[in-house]
Each structure stands twice: as structure tokens, then as C-alpha cells.
Design a protein around this ligand. Structure first.
Ligand SMILES: Cc1cc2nc3c(=O)[nH]c(=O)nc-3n(C[C@H](O)[C@H](O)[C@H](O)COP(=O)(O)OP(=O)(O)OC[C@H]3O[C@@H](n4cnc5c(N)ncnc54)[C@H](O)[C@@H]3O)c2cc1C
Length: 431
């Protein structure tokens, strides 16, 4: 039997080290209002320690400087990193850089790997992924940004937004239509665009629910960008000549793992909210008992624990399928965990806030920030509804139309009578 939910002891020791490191060295940083330089001075030695432990960029294969852990182990690691928003960057696998490095690893030419991917992995460059447009998000076939070949160059024109981290990035990976005469799935390509290329205009970082006072140029922003007659060398198309028209294929390769990595991190965020909720439930006395003794609160604890356990098992099972059969075969499982995980996270944080009452609503606790961040999880990397459509379509493919339902009892009974006729006497048939 291969069903096994155990973690091997050597790996469990690594996880234990990670838990203590995130809790003791990284989580305290959340309480400080640090400028970027001070943050870097504090976190550079932490990154060195992570490298020494062999845990840097765990999502990548060893030949790319990663640990080559595979998705299941990565899931258990990301669960720990997900507790704190700073932890992924200190472990060398923060979005969007991690996804872009993976994209260049699977689809880039050797030169692109040298020029863009390696410095990204070494933490020397930062990147952003520029796909969504004000008029095209959940349906990327509506993208209008174009890249037209002109001799040895591409000329890019378009309007993007929600390009996370673009205002602090060194280069952008831009999805553009390179052949408008075929279906977008075959007519789109990805291009590497250095941010300082003439014609790249970072209009602003759009303030959001999670960062309402965000100023353009700070990490974590979501940039609106105009591309006006932006010229990049022909070889900047990801994958070179062979990459022309491969934009959607590459996007799938990037987004599949990216989605499950988000889901893995949500497990850690959800657990942290759950821990706060339970701690408060056993601590707060009101109306004659602690909150923990009230059935309505017990209901929330039970619902939350079960939703999170379901999310954890769905995530690890999807990860196992990716490890054993490849990312493309786990499409449905990834879609399931993308929407279920986001919802579980949102529900648990919401209940944790409620259990804390007015305190939960204040910035004296991290819950209100976690709640605002969690809301976006139901939208980015494809909104819930689109993932449900993917799941439903795949499920429904397994069924044929029937004029009479295949479970129709009178019809089945007639067939059963015929099948067992030798055993049935007239009396039993009539009874
Ligand atoms: C925090 C954050 C970070 C992001 N980072 C990036 C990034 O780095 N790079 C990037 O390119 N993009 C990024 N995005 C954009 C993100 O990928 C898009 O928001 C997402 O794809 C949805 O597109 P949209 O916002 O245009 O919504 P729309 O396409 O306008 O959809 C709006 C709503 O319509 C409904 N809907 C859509 N399709 C269907 C359907 N088939 N059936 C039923 N209902 C449907 C859903 O409820 C959906 O929420 C980010 C978004 C957020 C919130």
C-alpha cells in the first residue's frame, strides 16, 4: 500500500528548524516599520543562514541552485513560510520572482537563463509578470497588447495593470499578441522587457485593499503600465524563435505551480489565524463562561479545523499528483485547491476576527491585515468562478446524456428480473 501520510524523520528535522527560524527570526520583523535598506541589512544574514541550511529556492531543481524537493515537500515547507509575508523572500521563493525564475527555467534559452534567471535566483535582480490588462483579466484571450517584429527588434504597445512589483523590478515578462491572425492561444508570446527600456511608463502602483496607502516604488505594489513603442531585441522573446506563439503554453507552466504554491502558503496563514482564534476562545470570559465553552464558538472551531484539513489534504494530494504524473495532469486538483484554499483561508480569518470582537478589528493584531490580504486570494491567478468552470467542465466530460436516468428504478428492476429470472418465482415477483 502506498497511501502514507508520514513525513520522513530527516525531513521533519528540516521542517522543525524552519518553524523555529520563521517564528523566532522573521515574524518579529512584522512589528517594525523598516525602510528597505534596514530591512535588507537585517535579512541578508538570515538569507545566508537559509542557504547554509540548503533550503534556499527550494522550488527549483538542484542544477538551478534549488533543493529539488518536489511539490509535496515544498508544500510542507511553504505551509511554514506562509505564516509570515516576509518568510518566502528570505527563503528565496517569493512571488513573482519564483514563478518567473521557473518560467525561464522551463521555457528560456540558455542566454536568457544566464542573463535573467541566474541573477534572479541570486537575488541580484527583481522581476514582474505583466499579463493582466484593464480590459482583459480572467479571459486572457481578450489581451490587446501587441508585439510586432521590426527587423531585429520587437515593438511593443499596450496597457497593463496589476503587474505586481513592477515599480521595483529590473525586468518585466510581458505577455503580448505576436500574431493577431490566429487564435490567441497560438498567437501570443512572452517577452523580457528591461524596466528602463524607453517607452515603458510605470504610471502608478494602484493602491489596493491590502495596501490602501501604498506609494509607487515600494515593494508589493501592483503597477499600471503603458508600453508605448517599446523596442526590445528579437531574442528577448522567451524561448527564442521556438517561443513565438508559446505564450499561453508558458503561462500554464508558470501559473500551475504558482497557484499551488499560493495554496500551500495559505495553509500557514490559515493555521496562524486558527491558533489566534483558539487561544482567544480559551482566554476570553463572557456571559458566564469562556468563549470556548459556547457551542457557537465550538462550531466555528470545528468548521475551521475541518475546512483547513480538507484544504491541506487537497493541496498535498495535488502536489503528489504533480510529482508523480506532472503538473499538467493535476489541472483539476490545482483548480480545486485554488478556490477551496482561498475560501477556507478567508473563512478562518473572518471567524478569528469575530472571536476577538473589537480587538480583532484593530491593528493591534495582525488579523485585519491578513483578512485584507486573503480577500485577494479569491481573485488573483484566476478568480474562483473560473476555476470552478474548469473543474465542472472536466467532471461533466465523464458523463453521457440519458433519456431515462440510468438509476431509474423501474427500468433497473425490469433488467434485474430478466437477469435473475431463473431464481425468481412468480409469487416473489408479484409481492
Ligand atoms: C493582489 C493581486 C495581484 C495580482 N498580480 C498580478 C500580476 O503580477 N500579473 C498579472 O498579470 N496579473 C496580476 N493580477 C491580476 C489577476 O490575475 C486578475 O485580477 C484576475 O485574472 C482576474 O481578472 P480581472 O481582475 O480583470 O477580473 P475580470 O476578468 O473582470 O473578472 C471579474 C469577475 O467576473 C467573474 N468571472 C470572470 N469569468 C467568469 C466566468 N467564466 N464565469 C463566471 N464568472 C466569471 C468573477 O467573479 C471575476 O472575479 C493580480 C491581481 C490581484 C488582485
Amino acid at each position: 500500500m502506498a497511501w502514507d501520510f508520514c513525513t520522513e524523520p530527516e525531513f521533519e528535522a528540516k521542517l522543525e528548524w524552519m518553524r523555529a527560524f520563521v517564528r523566532d527570526e522573521i515574524e518579529p520583523l512584522e512589528t517594525l516599520d523598516l525602510d528597505m535598506d534596514t530591512f535588507r541589512r537585517i535579512t541578508d544574514p538570515l538569507k545566508d543562514e537559509v542557504r547554509r541550511q540548503g533550503l534556499w529556492a527550494a522550488h527549483l531543481e538542484p542544477e538551478l541552485g534549488g533543493g529539488g524537493f518536489g511539490q509535496v515537500k515544498l508544500g510542507l515547507m511553504h505551509e511554514i513560510l506562509g505564516r509570515c509575508i516576509y518568510a518566502p523572500s528570505i527563503f528565496g521563493n517569493n512571488a513573482p520572482d519564483s514563478g518567473n525564475a521557473e518560467l525561464l527555467a522551463v521555457g528560456g534559452t540558455e542566454e536568457q537563463k544566464q542573463q535573467w534567471m541566474q541573477p534572479l535566483l541570486d537575488g541580484k535582480l527583481r522581476s514582474a509578470f505583466s499579463m493582466t490588462e484593464p480590459g482583459a483579466g480572467a479571459d486572457p484571450t481578450l489581451l490587446t497588447t501587441s508585439a510586432v517584429r521590426d527587423g531585429d527588434e520587437w515593438v511593443i504597445n499596450g496597457h497593463k495593470w496589476f503587474t505586481s512589483n513592477a515599480s521595483v523590478a529590473d525586468f518585466l515578462i510581458v505577455m503580448a499578441v505576436t500574431n493577431p491572425d490566429v487564435h490567441p492561444y497560438q498567437g501570443s508570446s512572452m517577452l523580457v522587457v528591461p524596466v528602463d527600456t524607453p517607452g515603458v511608463d510605470i504610471v502608478r502602483d494602484v493602491p489596493t485593499m491590502s495596501h490602501p496607502t501604498h506609494r509607487t516604488g515600494e515593494p508589493g505594489g501592483h503597477a499600471e503600465i503603458l508600453y508605448q513603442e517599446v523596442r526590445v531585441p528579437f531574442e528577448n522573446v522567451v524561448g527564442g524563435e521556438a517561443g513565438i506563439g508559446q505564450g499561453f503554453n508558458l503561462a500554464q507552466k508558470r501559473l500551475g505551480p504558482g497557484r499551488i504554491h499560493h495554496a500551500m502558503r495559505w495553509l500557514g496563514q490559515g493555521q496562524r489565524a486558527f491558533d489566534m482564534m483558539c487561544e482567544r476562545a480559551v482566554s476570553r470570559y463572557t456571559h458566564g463562561s469562556t468563549l470556548a465553552e459556547k457551542q457557537m464558538i465550538q462550531d466555528w472551531v470545528a468548521e475551521s479545523a475541518t475546512e483547513m484539513q480538507a484544504a491541506r489534504l487537497l493541496t498535498l494530494q495535488a502536489a503528489w499528483k504533480m510529482d508523480t504524473e506532472g503538473a499538467s495532469t493535476a489541472r483539476v486538483e490545482i483548480a480545486m485547491i485554488k478556490f477551496w484554499g482561498a475560501r477556507a483561508l478567508y473563512n478562518v480569518i473572518d471567524r478569528a476576527i469575530q472571536v476577538h470582537g473589537s480587538l480583532g478589528y484593530t491593528t493591534d493584531l495582525p488579523l485585519e491585515f491578513m483578512y485584507r490580504m486573503a480577500r485577494a486570494a479569491r481573485i488573483y491567478d484566476g478568480p474562483d468562478e473560473v476555476h470552478k468552470v474548469t473543474i465542472a467542465r472536466q467532471m461533466l466530460k465523464r458523463y453521457e446524456p440519458h433519456d431515462v436516468p440510468s438509476e431509474h428504478v423501474p427500468t433497473r428492476r425490469r433488467a434485474a428480473v430478466e437477469k435473475f429470472a431463473d431464481y425468481l418465482d412468480a409469487a416473489s415477483l408479484n409481492s
